[in-house]
Design a binder for this molecule. Sequence first.
Ligand SMILES: O=C(O)c1ccc[n+]([C@@H]2O[C@H](COP(=O)([O-])O)[C@@H](O)[C@H]2O)c1
Ligand SMILES: Cc1cc2nc[nH]c2cc1C
Length: 354
Amino acid sequence: MTHPLDWLTTPCARIDADSAEAARAYQNTLTKPPGSLGRLEEIAVQFAGWQHCVKPELNRVAIRVFAGDHGLCKQNISAFPQQVTAQMIDNFVAGGAAINVLSRFCHADFDILNLGTVAQPALLAADKNLHLGAGTADASEQPAMTQEQLIAALNAGRDQVDALADCQLFIGGEMGIGNTSSASLIYALLADRPAAEFAGPGTGLSIAGVTHKETVLNRVQDKYQVQVRTSESPALAALQLCGGFEIAAICGAYLRCAQRGIPVLVDGFITSAAFMVAQSLQPQLRDWSLFAHCSAEPAHRNVLEQLNIQPLLDLEMRLGEGSGAALAVPLLQQALALHGQMATFTGAGVDDRL
Ligand SMILES: O=C(O)c1ccc[n+]([C@@H]2O[C@H](COP(=O)([O-])O)[C@@H](O)[C@H]2O)c1
Ligand SMILES: Cc1cc2nc[nH]c2cc1C
């Protein structure tokens, strides 16, 4: 009997170690002291393994923003009202959001998918509105998602990736008022640590607002911790219990990317929670991933440290939408341009050693 989520554990694509090794050797023939381009050199080597060639390129980037509302907003855990999610979707369609600007800047293929909001966006095409629900349920009262909604959201992320032709890098962005709470709960439940350790201001809560959020999140964690700990798949259980639709879709998208041989550039605090769930289902995902930045949401730094991940940038950003990842694309492109276009010691007639 097949299960609709069997695809989650399909192995990741093969990384070509020979191309990576050849690229590393080639780096050392370029007119610079070996290692002097620091982590830029390793980026080129990673892309060589991903693209199975010594001189990889990065011209085709896909950015998909996944949106959804959160029932937990009823508990007053965000500085912004829930209808902002749908309003921002219209802003994405109109091209006025930060991710639109950054996406245009790096000539990315941009699209948005709404998995379920309380308000209806006016400008989004009907086929981009999935209506899995009017947001998730309030996780402090009942599981955020039903099993059917979880499956539909994971599969929606997979389907977005399956529809990509010829993509060299995938960025998942998210928009969902209240979703820092879902991310914090996922981290807390999987680490079996108090949720308050992962709670922060999100879009801009006051100190008192954060204290209230901590109380709410601790209560939700108490409600679900045993269930998660004893579940067959703690990561999927935490995702279903705490939401949101957009986090599940990004989780599905990341896994499909690694299965199809498309590297992913993880954005910020919320997308890292999607990554954590995905990685626990398929540990090889790590080898297909880069992390764009350390978010200003305070717990992100600890989460990245726990995962032993060094992100590319640290700019005190906390916007989401995939913005930190889109910002890092030109950096990756420059790493590959240096690797592919610099002269070699022999070619330039430069002495390479004493
Ligand atoms: O990406 C991040 O690191 C990040 C950190 C804080 C907030 N956000 C964005 O802000 C929204 C969630 O914040 P909140 O306070 O409503 O939970 C959501 O739309 C995210 O895209 C994003
Ligand atoms: C305006 C606004 C834009 C966003 N983009 C991602 N999350 C957001 C939250 C708010 C409030």
